[in-house]
Design a protein. Structure first.
Length: 146
């Protein structure tokens, strides 16, 4: 259906703020948002954007605030029968699987460079990370994600 010709990874935001909390046990509760779309259709460029945020709030007293925003721009070669829904499925799932390790590595590196205990994000399954995907896949492909 489609082939990846090129992948470009860009960083839009990389931020760490120390909240100067005393040592203790903290729960890692990252908020992750994803956006997918067309970068330049004539050139076959599409993107997956992931924004990750970990912040101290009333529910979670975390020692640092971290924000990371990265975009993967895919140059795709499409076959004749490739529909927009196939491209979107690739961007929603495989795009996340390709981009997320870069987000994860950036968070670990950023925290280690700040000379604080390293923040390590869990490994995720894109199929389970975004709750609306299963419904979207069923509506567009009449199958359940397994």
């Amino acid at each position: 259906m489609l082939k990846i010709k090129r992948v470009e990874i860009t960083t839009d935001e990389l931020k760490l703020k120390n909240n100067y909390l005393p040592e203790g046990e903290f729960e890692l509760m990252p908020q992750i948002a994803r956006n997918v779309g067309v970068e330049n259709k004539a050139e076959g460029k599409y993107y997956t954007l992931i924004k990750l945020k970990i912040e101290k709030n009333d529910e979670n007293n975390f020692p640092v605030d971290i924000r990371v925003s990265m975009k993967a721009i895919f140059t795709l070669e499409l076959e004749e029968n490739c529909e927009d829904k196939h491209i979107e499925r690739f961007l929603r799932q495989q795009g996340v699987h390709i981009l997320y390790p870069y987000i994860r590595a950036s968070v670990s590196s950023l925290s280690a460079s700040a000379m604080i205990p390293t923040v390590t994000l869990p490994i995720v399954n894109a199929l389970k990370l975004f709750k609306d995907d299963e419904k979207w896949i069923y509506e567009n492909f009449k199958e359940l994600n397994k």
